[in-house]
Design a protein around this ligand. Structure first.
Ligand code: SF4
Length: 351
């Protein structure tokens, strides 16, 4: 995060109380009900589109503690956040993660908790996630081919991840597999991965490549845009049916191949076709609030907590930050990224 944290005006207590009792609404009238929460930047894979091989992770003291995370979830819930997606880095490398998930799940106001994981350590936790009532799992897996998996992740963990895929596909927890499509790297896998939805009821989602790899300075549009992915699917499955989005704020356009148990989805993460209904904010692994994936962070929540701010003061700061959002990801990118600054790694942001 290179730009200065935005200097924001102070709100009256009255406005604060009014706000707290209703939903968090941004300066474009969008209700913010969804928090993507990165609980660590550490990961046990080294996916090239996400981080450099020699990634330097944050010192532990720079990460939010369990108590700080739970407090921030409580504050966000009091402001109207109802859905939390726990991300990373890789959440299951964080010690005591199941206990933390339980506390987040039990936070008053939080209706559902979802997880994004890379599957290396996930399989043994599936039964407990079922008991806990985890609402869905996104498994980040960019290929089902073992050799290519090693090439993309630079780690020999295919068997463990495949084991988690099978355990999750057999579990009642709704499963989506997310694959970032990179030209000439795994773009040949789109059809083979879609074929896995024939007998398995999960959503195979293809994501446009984005510049969050901790090294990119210059933004280059991906070759495999949602249009190119869709036309490859339509060519292979001419009778594929469009199902639309899961709900108005969802990012994936869903499709079904007739006769297949599962669905296929496309997320235009770079083309940013869904900003008009954006309902999410993010807290990064080091406790920075992002009101858009493409901004550079707008509020240092960890510093506020560690400087002894009250819950009301934290609420006030979040409300003001949300009321100063960018219209969409393009505006955010224009206003916050300079050629001299590299984009943060997705492992810090949490996707
Ligand atoms: S790019 Fe920003 S505004 Fe658009 S959907 Fe993502 S977070 Fe929301």
């Amino acid at each position: 995060m290179h730009s200065e944290i935005m200097q924001l005006p102070v709100l009256s207590a009255q406005t604060l109380t009014n706000q707290a009792s209703t939903t968090l609404v941004d300066n474009f009238g969008r209700a913010i009900t969804y928090l993507r929460l990165a609980v660590t930047d550490r990961c046990n894979l080294r996916c090239a589109y996400c981080m450099p091989e020699d990634m330097r992770f944050l010192p532990t003291k720079e990460l939010l503690t369990d108590a700080e995370i739970v407090r921030l979830v409580e504050v966000c819930a009091a402001l109207g956040i109802r859905k939390v997606r726990v991300t990373g880095g890789e959440p299951f490398v964080r010690k005591g993660i199941m206990g933390l998930l339980r506390e987040i799940k039990q936070t008053r106001g939080i209706e559902d908790v979802h997880i994004t994981t890379n599957g290396v350590l996930t399989a043994p936790h599936v039964p407990e996630m079922e008991k806990l009532g985890i609402a869905s799992v996104n498994l980040s897996m960019d290929t089902f081919d073992e050799k290519r998996f090693f090439e993309l992740t630079r780690r020999n963990e295919f068997r463990a991840v495949w084991g988690s895929f099978e355990a999750l596909a057999a579990s009642p927890i709704p499963l989506s597999v997310n694959a970032v499509i990179m030209d000439g790297k795994n773009s040949d896998d789109v059809i083979a991965m879609s074929e896995q939805t024939k007998h398995r009821n999960f959503i195979m989602r293809f994501i446009e490549e984005m510049p969050f790899n901790g090294g990119t300075h210059k933004v280059v549009a991906p070759v495999w845009t949602y249009k190119k992915i869709l036309s490859a699917l339509q060519e292979a499955f001419p009778s594929i049916e469009a199902l639309g989005r899961h709900d108005h704020a969802a990012t994936a356009e869903l499709y079904r191949i007739p006769g297949y148990a599962g669905q296929v989805g496309i997320i235009a993460g770079f083309s940013r076709t869904f900003c008009g209904a954006c309902n999410r904010i993010r807290i990064t692994a080091k406790g920075i609030l992002k009101t858009c994936l493409y901004d550079n962070g707008v509020l240092d929540l960890k510093r506020l907590l560690r400087e002894g701010a009250s819950d009301d003061a934290v609420k006030e700061a979040i409300i003001i930050a949300v009321q100063h959002r960018f219209r969409d990801g393009f505006e955010a990118e224009r206003h916050t990224h300079s050629a001299s600054a590299a984009f943060d790694s997705m492992s810090e942001i949490g996707g």
